[in-house]
Design a protein around this ligand. Structure first.
Ligand code: 0WD
Length: 262
């Protein structure tokens, strides 16, 4: 059964084939969605255009989410080329590499502001720009991580930005609920990508999930993509303001038996 037939989705955060957003785009296309993409700049333009061509020939617009002008132009472009949207996928984060190791209290004011602007505020900015092109009943989703609510050494200000992102998800869900628009977060387990590899000792995070999670395996961007399809589809039309874990159950562990000690 194709769950997204007749729906149009805007996908953000594709940088290359390993990006979680790439897995989501593939899953959406397999379920019949029409896709549009944004890319941050020339560095990733080719990759994004290649994926767009492969997955049905959707448009790819340059848009840096820190620019209000770029976001306003994006809304105009989407209105012209697609009319309306049914889903928005926020899969964007950035933290200076020096802030992904060491002590959180060493985080600079500028590093903090940058992380929160790109990783958290951008969901508000994208929603504000696109609110009039989103159909009633649309689905907005954002990618988050366990480090929002628990201490994950080295994730540091990225975790703080995810805490803000998850709060934003809840407030947007309230703002938009009267239009039937749903806003959720997907909390993915660690997946090796260009961004995640910036976190010091990232490989250890993968090893811990594999040894200690109830399912004893790491997750893939395909796993995340399948959950994203559910959240974009009408199957989840009563689900909003929540964080959905796609992490082999790791988040639910409160203690680790000897044989699964991380
Ligand atoms: O383990 C992981 N990989 C997890 C990632 C576990 C749980 C959550 N996440 C989250 C990330 O925090 C992020 O929100 O998933 C989202 C996607 O992350 P990813 O797929 O791991 O990373 P990546 O492939 O690097 O995509 C993020 C992209 C950027 O990639 P690069 O590598 O070019 O920095 O976000 C985009 C950019 O394409 N991006 C922007 N897009 C528009 N404007 C901007 C910007 N200013 N900054 C970054």
């Amino acid at each position: 059964m194709r769950l997204l037939e007749g729906k149009t989705a805007l996908i953000t955060g594709v940088a290359n084939r390993w990006s979680i957003a790439t897995g989501i785009a593939r899953a959406f296309a397999a379920h019949g969605a029409k896709l549009a993409f944004i890319y941050q700049g020339e560095r990733v333009k080719d990759e994004v255009e290649k994926l767009a061509a492969e997955l049905g020939g959707g448009k790819a617009y340059e848009c840096d989410v820190t620019s209000d002008e770029a976001l306003a132009k994006l809304a105009d472009d989407i209105r012209r080329d697609y009319g309306t949207l049914d889903a928005l996928v926020h899969s964007i984060a950035f933290v200076n590499k020096e802030d992904l190791a060491g002590k959180v209290f060493k985080t600079s004011r500028s590093g903090f502001a940058l992380a929160l602007d790109i990783s958290s505020y951008s969901l508000i900015a994208l929603t504000n720009a696109l609110v009039d092109v989103l159909n009633d009943g649309s689905s907005i989703m954002a990618l988050t991580y366990l480090g929002a609510t628990s201490i994950v050494p080295n994730y540091n200000v990225a975790g703080i930005s995810k805490a803000a992102l998850e709060a934003i998800v809840r407030y947007l869900a309230f703002d938009l609920g009267d239009r039937g628009i749903r806003v959720n977060a997907i909390s993915a387990g660690p997946i090796s990508t260009a961004s995640s590899r910036q976190v010091k000792d990232f490989k250890t995070m993968l090893d811990k999930v594999e040894s200690a999670a109830p399912l004893r395996r790491n997750v893939t961007s395909e796993d995340v993509g399948n959950t994203a399809v559910y959240l974009a589809s009408d199957l989840s039309r009563a689900i909003t303001a929540d964080v959905h874990f796609v992490d082999s159950g790791y988040h639910a562990m409160g203690m680790f038996p000897k044989q699964t000690e991380p």
